[in-house]
Design a binder for this molecule. Structure first.
Ligand code: SF4
Length: 357
């Protein structure tokens, strides 16, 4: 059942303004008030974290636009609450809204590492880098199996696993990308309310680099007329901190994210909301979003081409290049080639045992 909240006031520490209708549901419920009982309006939303009984953890994809074919995400929902998050629409599969529900109703796969161990032990499993948002246990298993890993994060918590990542890095088995959207704390506060500050993300780049872990920066998403002017500065700051590779992604607005983003613009940037959407529409063939492979990461048209040229120029000027074994994909992200030949599958009978780390 879809829900929306009274008024347009942003919730403290939340990115979404509302809970828009779930796209699969036929009914829509709207909350209204008649001016009485003002104190009943919800201003603070707490979080719940519940177990999710998933039977597999490795997800495969055949998109030519992303730098990996398989990924693991042991959570559903994310309390970082980035308003533009393109994982939001997946909450609709749980019958929950991609809006505030996505930030506050979280699920974790309790046995993720055990299930992963079983999947890696399958005789037909073919080792390819796994993109993941996982925690210490997962890194330990993958390090033990010498399995390549790529990580994209906005969290400083990745530093907690520096030792494990440095161990993987010694064999060319890991690449970490820090996603930096803006260097402004004011923008970050409403756009990605619970993610690490820009300074903290630069510090993460510095510390990972100093630990010998290949680290890059992903300027993602670039938001026209809100953050796009920062592209060169973000690349320069990340390079100075030690980033060796760089990429960018133009804002993507699939499904309900377009509603959430429009609400966010109306709340925080009413003066330029129309202009922002006009630039997005120009770059998306007249629509809010175009999911076509090859176009969805960087868009098309004059604005998108200008962004691409600026990125390429800044990238070269900063000294990010294709040396040191990096390839480059079509939206400018350097791809670090990771080793797959060192993979040692977990023993099949061991896969049923709980890790003894
Ligand atoms: S940190 Fe990533 S997964 Fe979490 S809300 Fe932001 S974009 Fe989505």
């Amino acid at each position: 059942m879809a829900r929306s909240f009274i008024g347009s006031k942003a919730f403290k520490g939340r990115g979404a303004i509302s809970n828009p209708a779930v796209r699969f549901e036929a009914t829509h419920r709207e909350q209204t008030h008649d001016g009485w009982y003002e104190d009943e309006i919800v201003e603070h939303l707490s979080e719940t974290v519940l177990p999710d009984s998933a039977r597999s953890v490795i997800t495969t994809n055949d998109s030519p636009d992303v730098g990996f074919e398989q990924s693991i995400n042991p959570y559903r929902g994310c309390s970082h609450g980035c308003v533009y998050c393109f994982a939001r629409p997946t909450h609709a599969y749980l019958g929950l809204s991609p809006g505030l529900d996505f930030e506050t109703k979280l699920f974790y796969k309790a046995d993720a590492v055990k299930i992963l161990e079983t999947e890696l032990a399958k005789p037909r499993y073919v080792c390819k880098p796994i993109a993941l948002g996982i925690n210490t246990d997962g890194y330990q298993l993958l390090a033990r199996c010498r399995h390549p890993v790529t990580i994209v994060t906005k969290s400083a918590l990745v530093l907690r696993d520096t030792d494990l990542l440095a161990d993987l890095a010694r064999d060319g088995l890991v690449q970490v990308m820090l996603s930096i959207t803006s260097l402004s704390n004011d923008i970050k506060r409403t756009l990605e309310p619970r993610a690490a500050s820009p300074e903290a993300r630069l510090r993460v780049i510095r510390q990972l680099h100093e630990a010998g872990i290949p680290v890059g920066v992903l300027v993602a998403p670039v938001i026209p007329a809100i953050t796009d002017h920062e592209l060169e500065d973000i690349l320069a700051a990340a390079r100075e901190a030690g980033a060796g590779s760089a990429g960018y992604v133009l804002l993507r607005l699939p499904h309900e994210v377009k509603i959430l983003f429009r609400e966010w613009l109306a709340e925080h940037y009413p003066d330029r909301a129309k202009h922002v959407m006009s630039l997005i529409n120009q770059a998306r063939g007249g629509k809010d979003y175009d999911a076509t492979f090859g176009r969805r990461m960087s868009g098309t048209g004059a604005y998108a081409e200008l962004l691409q040229s600026r990125f390429e120029l800044a990238r070269r000027k900063c000294g990010f290049d294709s040396a040191h074994g990096h390839g480059q994909d079509r939206h400018g992200q350097d791809r670090h080639e990771l080793a797959t030949s060192l993979f040692r599958p977990p023993a099949r009978n061991q896969a049923q045992l709980t890790l003894d780390f």
